[in-house]
Write a protein that binds this ligand. Structure first.
Ligand SMILES: [Ca+2]
Ligand SMILES: [Ca+2]
Ligand SMILES: [Ca+2]
Length: 443
C-alpha cells in the first residue's frame, strides 16, 4: 500500500489510513516547567536537579523554587540551588557544543527563588505571598498558550499560595482561566497543600505520582557514568535513601516523542497515569493525618503498572543521562554521542501521530528518513503498546525490526485504538534512543 504524505501538519492519505484530525495533537514546542524543591531534606533533589539541567535544552524552565515539605519544614535560602546552577554554568560551554537551546546561567539565576518558607497550608493565605508564588502567577499569566507544569518535588504549598492569591484577587472566570493553564505533578504528597488544591479546585490537572521508585540506575552505574563527570557530576551526591525520587516530575513532560504529557494515560519516561481521578491517593505517611481535613479529594495517580511503566524505557533514559554527562565534559562534538531523529511517514517532529484505519486492514508505517547526526547506524523496533490502547487483544506487526513495518489491524478492533511505538536507537556509545507514537483509531 502506498501512502502519500501531504503536509507536515498532517494529511496522510492512502487506501486505508488517514489522519483523524488535521490539527497536530502536540507540536514540538518545549514544555514549560517550574519545580518546587525541598532541597536539603534528601540529597535526591540535588541528583534530580543535575539530571534536569543536563536536559535543560528540552524544556523552558521558568522557575526553580526552593520550598518546604514534610521532611524539611523550614527553608531560608537558595544556597544549595545556587551551587548546582553554578556547576551548570561551568559545564554550559561544553553542553552548548552538543545541542542548541540550553538556557543561560543568568536566566536560571533569575528564576532561582524562595517559595513558601514555612510548612504546608499553615503558610498559605493573606500576607503569605513569596517570590516563588509570585513567579508561578507571572509565568501562568504570560501570553503563552502552553500549560505550565509545576513539579512538586517536596510540598505543594507554593503553588497553593499562587492559586490562593488568584482566587482572592480575581473574578471566578479569571481564576478558571488561570487554573486551566496549570498542570501539577506532585511527587508522593509531601504536605497538605496538594489535598487542599485537589479538594477546592477539582478541574486542575493534578497527578500525584506514587510509583516513583524502582526505575533508578544503580549506585555503581552512577559512579561510572555520572558522578565522575566534571562539575555537574561533582554536585550529584550519593543517595542517602533512594535515588532521584523526584525525577519523574519532569521526565513525564520530556518531549522525546513518546507521549503528550496532557494525555496522562499515554505513558512515557515519567510513568503512566489514570485519567480517572480517585479519592484514595494518599500522601506520605507523615502527612496523612493533616490531609484528612480535605477528605474526600480527587487526584490522578499511577496506573497499575506503577514504576514498571517508567522502567520499560530504562535503556533510553539511562543512556540519555549518560550521554548528556559526556557532553558536559567535552567541547569536542565528535567525542560524544548525539540522539538520532525518528521520522514516521515523513513527519520529523516529535508529535504524536493520530490516524484512522479500518478493522481488518493492513497499515504501513515507514521510518525511512530517520537519521543520526553522528552517522551512526540505526536499529528499529515497532511495538504495540497495549496498556494505553483501548484494544486489549494481540496485534501482529510484520517487519517490526525494520524501517518499514506493517500492522495487521485486528478484525474485532472497530471503535478501539491501537498505540504503536517506534523505538529506534543508534550504535553510538552509549546507544541513544528516539521515539514516535502512532495512535491508530480503528473504524
Ligand atoms: Ca524532594
Ligand atoms: Ca557514588
Ligand atoms: Ca548518534
Amino acid at each position: 500500500m502506498k501512502l502519500m504524505f501531504i503536509a507536515m501538519v498532517g494529511l496522510l492519505t492512502g487506501d486505508k489510513i488517514a489522519y483523524a484530525d488535521s490539527a497536530p495533537e502536540r507540536t514540538t514546542y518545549k514544555p514549560r516547567v517550574i519545580n518546587t524543591t525541598d532541597l536539603g531534606a534528601d540529597p535526591d533533589d540535588e541528583q534530580s536537579l543535575v539530571r534536569q539541567l543536563v536536559c535543560a535544552n528540552e524544556f523552558d524552565i521558568e522557575g526553580l523554587i526552593v520550598s518546604t515539605g514534610c521532611w524539611k519544614k523550614r527553608q531560608s535560602s537558595t544556597v544549595m540551588l545556587d551551587r548546582i546552577v553554578d556547576a551548570y554554568g561551568e559545564a554550559l560551554p561544553n553542553l552548548r557544543v552538543h545541542a542548541e537551546g540550553f538556557p543561560s546561567v543568568e536566566h536560571l539565576r533569575s528564576i532561582s527563588v524562595l517559595g513558601q518558607m514555612g510548612y504546608g497550608m499553615s503558610d498559605v493565605g493573606e500576607g503569605k505571598d513569596s517570590p516563588g508564588s509570585d513567579l508561578i502567577i507571572a509565568s501562568v499569566d504570560k501570553d503563552d498558550p502552553r500549560p505550565v507544569w509545576v513539579g512538586c518535588w517536596g510540598g505543594a504549598n507554593t503553588v497553593a499560595q499562587a492559586i490562593w492569591k488568584v482566587q482572592h484577587t480575581r473574578s471566578a472566570d479569571e481564576l478558571s482561566a488561570f487554573l486551566s493553564k496549570i498542570c501539577i505533578f506532585d511527587i508522593l504528597g509531601q504536605d497538605d497543600a496538594g489535598a487542599w488544591i485537589a479538594k477546592n479546585f477539582p478541574k486542575v490537572l493534578y497527578i500525584r505520582a506514587t510509583g516513583v521508585y524502582g526505575w533508578q540506575p544503580s549506585d555503581e552505574y552512577l559512579d561510572e557514568h555520572i558522578q565522575n563527570h566534571g562539575p555537574l557530576g561533582a554536585v550529584y551526591p550519593d543517595r542517602k535513601w533512594s535515588t532521584e525520587g523526584d525525577t519523574p516530575a519532569f521526565m513525564h513532560v520530556y518531549p522525546n516523542g513518546l507521549n503528550d504529557p496532557t494525555k496522562i494515560d499515554q505513558g512515557g519516561w515519567g510513568g503512566r497515569f489514570s485519567l480517572t481521578k480517585k479519592t484514595s491517593i494518599k500522601s506520605m505517611s507523615a502527612v496523612k493525618e493533616e490531609e484528612r481535613a480535605y477528605d474526600p479529594y480527587m487526584m490522578s495517580s499511577n496506573t497499575s503498572e506503577g514504576s514498571e511503566a517508567i522502567k520499560r524505557w530504562s535503556n533510553g533514559y539511562d543512556n540519555d543521562f549518560a550521554a548528556r554527562m559526556d557532553w558536559s565534559v567535552t567541547g569536542d562534538y565528535s567525542e560524544a554521542n548525539h540522539h538520532p531523529v525518528a521520522v514516521v511517514n515523513g513527519d520529523a517532529t516529535r508529535r504524536i501521530i493520530k490516524a484512522s484505519a479500518a478493522s481488518g486492514s493492513s497499515v504501513s508505517l515507514q521510518a525511512e528518513g530517520s537519521s543520526d547526526p553522528d552517522g551512526d547506524s540505526l536499529t528499529y523496533s515497532w511495538t504495540f503498546y497495549q496498556e494505553p490502547s483501548s484494544y486489549n487483544g494481540f496485534v501482529t506487526i510484520e517487519n517490526s525490526d525494520s524501517p518499514s513495518a506493517t500492522i495487521t489491524v485486528p478484525a474485532d478492533a472497530a471503535g478501539k485504538d491501537l498505540h504503536v511505538i517506534l523505538e529506534l536507537h543508534d550504535n553510538g556509545a552509549p546507544n541513544l534512543y528516539a521515539y514516535r507514537r502512532v495512535i491508530l483509531q480503528i473504524r
